[in-house]
Design a protein around this ligand. Structure first.
Ligand code: CMX
Length: 466
């Protein structure tokens, strides 16, 4: 009886204390500057939420698959989970529910700055919460502390000839970095699978920290004399350090890079770079191998390489129409591109059906900082004539500009003129989204990805078609 009374009292006491502890933990998690600690409090809750949801709705249908979808690049098939962002065809991207203008307003800025810091976006993507200034500062410091490259990666980069495309150099360097993978070491020594996400987190943090150093080394080696990337300043943010390592110190350009590295980060789960990183990661390849695979996809002209293609196309357009061009001249050049069986780079999208808000915010930046730049004027004039022409083709589902239509113009203005480098910048930013997702993939224990494929004959037989 005495034991029963003791247990009951203890139970009542613990029932009083547990909610207090969880409130304290919640408060600690929302103010802690340790991202991994904050994440640790979220992972079990999300695991539980998904478990419960699957238990109730595991067999609920979410859509159907048509033959056209199978031959048409799986457009519209709902077949993936991505927690970090969702793309609305009309409104554009929302990062954990926040639109780009909301992120520009709510995410912490550098002192005196007007654009969000990419560190804040990463914190948001990982935790779903808008971070405080202190949390973002802690992340800047942590990335600066983790930035150093192992000597073999520097040697590899310094020995690659200039003719190797910057994206191939980028992918090769990231692949070679997997010698440092903490996940590989933990997996090899038999870590329990419930702990995988912790090592994926560590590798992702190391990789993100090192990417600006890799990217700046590629830039200085390929286009300059190979010297001068300098040392990381641990008191500066990620984008600031990256821009200085590239060799630029204009404060407006640093601000642009903060915006650029924020908006290119994530575009839900089905695009080539995100999907590839997720797919390769599902085989438990480490974050270095998974991300470099994603980068090989980003390097395609229909995806991230489009920012390079836009510049090349604009240069040809300029050569063809001259500085005193007419609307008719622009139209003729666009039709020449289309009749030559080529796409107009920077226009169209597989999901978006309106102008990309990533285009719009870059245009707003240009209106503020370079309103009279001739190339900006050309891009604005092209925007007036391309959509009606693409609509006239009758097959293009989205005639509006995407993110890549604008980014090169801004970079040109600040002196970063080497367009074959532009996709590397996209890649550095994309790491924030796809690695945040990869951490959650392992935290949620998602299995190896393996959709079913059919042959045309097999499909015809299944459908009794001829
Ligand atoms: N110029 C000319 N034709 C275009 C076009 C464009 N900008 N966009 C689409 N089309 C064509 C397609 O090539 C396709 O033609 P076919 O049926 O002859 O093959 C037709 O219109 C239908 O395509 P869609 O359903 O509208 O577009 P998709 O989902 O198949 O492709 C995308 C999307 C982005 C690959 C396509 O719009 C494109 O090639 N755009 C130019 C390249 C570009 O800017 N890519 C960057 C996208 C953003 C990013 O990932 O970074």
């Amino acid at each position: 009886m005495a034991l029963f009374r003791f247990t009951t009292t203890k139970l009542q006491e613990s029932q009083r204390i547990i909610p207090q502890i969880s409130t304290i933990l919640r408060q600690m998690s929302s103010t802690s500057t340790d991202l991994k600690a904050v994440l640790s409090t979220k992972v079990p809750k999300e695991q539980e939420k998904v478990k419960k949801f699957r238990k109730t709705h595991g067999n609920t249908k979410v859509g159907e698959v048509t033959v056209d979808m199978m031959y048409g690049g799986m457009r519209g098939i709902k077949g993936l989970i991505c927690e970090t962002s969702v793309l609305d065809p009309d409104e554009g991207i929302r990062f954990r529910g926040y639109s780009i203008p909301e992120c520009q307003k709510l995410l912490p800025k550098a002192e005196g700055g007007s654009e969000p810091l990419p560190e804040g976006l990463f914190w948001l993507l990982v935790t779903g919460e808008i971070p405080t200034d202190a949390q973002v500062k802690a992340l800047s410091k942590e990335w600066a502390d983790r930035a150093e490259l192992p000597p073999h990666v520097v040697t590899l980069l310094n020995n690659l000839p200039n003719k190797v495309h910057p994206m191939s150099q980028f992918s090769a360097a990231v692949t070679a970095l997997n010698s440092e993978s903490r996940f590989v070491k933990a997996y090899t020594s038999g870590v329990h699978k419930t702990k995988y996400w912790e090592y994926i987190y560590e590798d992702s943090m190391d990789l993100i920290a090192k990417l600006p150093v890799i990217a700046a080394t590629i830039y200085r080696n390929t286009y300059k004399d190979g010297s001068g990337i300098g040392a990381i300043d641990t008191s500066k943010d990620w984008a600031h350090n990256f821009t200085t390592m590239l060799g630029y110190d204009n404060p407006d350009f640093i601000e642009l890079m903060r915006l650029y590295l924020t908006i290119h980060s994530d575009h839900e789960g089905g695009n080539v770079s995100a999907h590839t990183t997720h797919l390769v990661g599902s085989a438990l390849s480490d974050p270095y191998l998974s991300f470099s695979a994603g980068m090989n996809g980003l390097a395609g002209p229909l995806h991230g390489l489009a920012n390079q293609e836009v510049l090349v196309w604009l240069q040809k357009l300029r050569e063809s129409v001259g500085d005193k061009y007419t609307e008719e001249g622009l139209k003729d050049f666009i039709w020449k591109t289309l009749k030559g069986g080529q796409v107009v780079p920077g226009y169209g999208h597989a999901v978006l059906r309106k102008t990309d808000p990533r285009y719009t915010c870059q245009r707003e930046f240009a209106l503020k900082h370079l309103p009279n730049d001739p190339l900006f004027k050309l891009v604005s004039d092209v925007f007036k004539v391309v959509p009606p022409i693409l609509l006239e083709l009758g097959k293009v589902k989205n005639p509006w500009p995407n993110v890549d239509a604008h980014s090169g113009v801004l970079l040109q203005y600040y002196g970063l003129k080497e367009s074959s480098y532009y996709t590397v910048l996209f890649g550095v930013s994309r790491a924030l989204g796809v690695l945040a997702s990869l951490i959650w993939d392992r935290a949620l224990g998602l299995p190896i990805e393996r959709p079913k494929s059919l042959s045309t004959d097999g499909l015809m037989t299944a459908l009794k078609a001829s």
